[in-house]
Ligand binder design. Structure first.
Ligand SMILES: *Cc1c(COP(=O)(O)O)cnc(C)c1O
Length: 379
């Protein structure tokens, strides 16, 4: 089965009662036993639910993993993965990871005794040098948020394997259509399904996809023990959304390429970050590990010509909002919004400025989006 077919069919066909084409929602907290020790595979919805299981089978098939846990949010998925470790363990990760992940690592887990190195993961020498006796996990995000830096999956995962540490990839930005971390040896992949997998900005959710059976067993145990599995209603919405992942990603990307080229030539745009442009500094890596460029881009606005707030106010189609990956276009300022929790020092270290604008390109008509940006960029 090819990925488009998998997205439409995997997991969905479970109604043996009435043959509904669409997966039913099972809004039940509990399931009765026919006799002691005999049920139909489900006993309690925190531990397992048929609607959620349908989604999990689907996402696992798209990523090419053995199984998946669908969680209440993306952060819930990341939290569960961090419970594979314990206090004293060392994690190597990027200095420009998702703001919420940075907050969990730096402000919650570090005070609990977890040991982190936040480094520039593009620098393979720095990655190797960061390995310590207690290194147990490599947390990789690529392309990074919001500056679209690319981390070499194959090389970093090889370093992790040598260190006998787990490698986990947050694949939210590209989705399994444009990037398959398991092909490069990752142990687990996580998603904020809030973003492209659901794609319609109407639910929050997360997913952990396991590359091996023993990881799946531990992961499912943890998600149940922590109580962070996704509700059947939300899982049903994500399953509806994921079926159109491929055509949505193609539409998002086609628009992003056009917008990136438009912005690149604009006098009030100082710099643009997008993997689909020739100006991106890592073309070989992009070619090696990405099947597409995605639809997230960032640029440096000349705020002396176009004040930041005025720019956002003038936009009609790009809502000033955090999040990404929905069919509607969004724009925001990482410095003051999505990445503010990194603090000034963290922001500066990662290269984010007060002029950085992050855009999640939607699937509206590209000409309308460009006309909108054009009038807002006049200042
Ligand atoms: C949004 C996001 C998360 C967190 O997901 P939530 O669903 O908001 O909890 C994690 N990683 C990346 C890359 C994200 O964009």
């Amino acid at each position: 089965m090819k990925i488009r077919t998998k997205a439409v069919h995997t997991g969905v066909n479970i109604d043996k009662t009435f043959n509904s084409v669409i997966t039913p929602i099972y809004p039940t907290s509990t399931f009765y036993f026919d006799e002691i020790g005999k049920n139909k595979g489900y006993d309690y919805t925190r531990s397992g639910n048929p609607t959620r299981a349908a989604l999990e089978a689907n996402i696992a098939a798209l990523e090419g993993g053995v199984n998946c846990s669908a969680t209440a949010t993306g952060m819930a998925a990341i939290t569960a993965v961090m419970f594979f470790l314990r206090a004293g363990d060392h994690i190597i990760t990027g200095d420009d990871i998702y703001g919420g992940t940075y907050r969990l690592f730096n402000a919650v887990l570090k005070p609990m005794g977890y040991d982190f190195s936040f480094i520039n993961m593009r620098d393979l020498k720095a990655v190797k040098a960061a390995v310590k006796k207690n290194t147990k996990m490599f947390w990789i995000e690529t392309p990074s948020n919001p500056l679209l830096n690319i981390v070499d999956l194959e090389a970093v995962i090889a370093i992790a394997k040598k260190a006998k540490a787990l490698s986990v990839v947050d694949n939210t930005f590209l989705s399994p259509y444009f990037q398959k971390p398991f092909e490069f040896g990752a142990d687990m992949v996580v998603h904020s399904t809030t973003k492209y997998i659901n794609g319609h900005s109407d639910v929050v959710g997360g997913a952990i996809i396991y590359g091996r059976t023993e990881l799946q067993e531990r992961g499912r145990y943890l998600v149940n023990a922590l109580g962070i599995s996704q509700s059947p209603y939300d899982a049903w919405l994500v399953l509806r959304g994921v079926k159109t992942l491929v055509p949505r990603m193609e539409a998002h990307q086609a628009n992003a390429i056009k917008i990136a080229h438009f912005l690149e030539g604009h006098p009030n745009v100082k710099k643009i970050y997008y993997p689909g442009l020739k100006s991106h500094p890592q073309p070989e890596l992009i070619k090696k590990q990405m099947k597409g460029f995605g639809a997230m881009l960032a640029f440096e606005l000349n705020t002396r010509k176009v004040p930041l707030n005025k720019f956002f106010k003038k936009l009609h189609y790009f809502a000033l909002a955090e999040s990404l990956g929905g069919v509607e276009s969004l724009a925001e300022t990482p410095w003051f919004m999505s990445h503010a929790s990194m603090g000034e020092a963290g922001l500066k270290a990662s290269g984010i400025t007060k002029e950085t604008v992050r855009v999640s390109v939607g699937i509206e008509d590209a000409d309308d989006l460009i006309a909108d940006l054009n009038q807002a960029l006049k200042g």
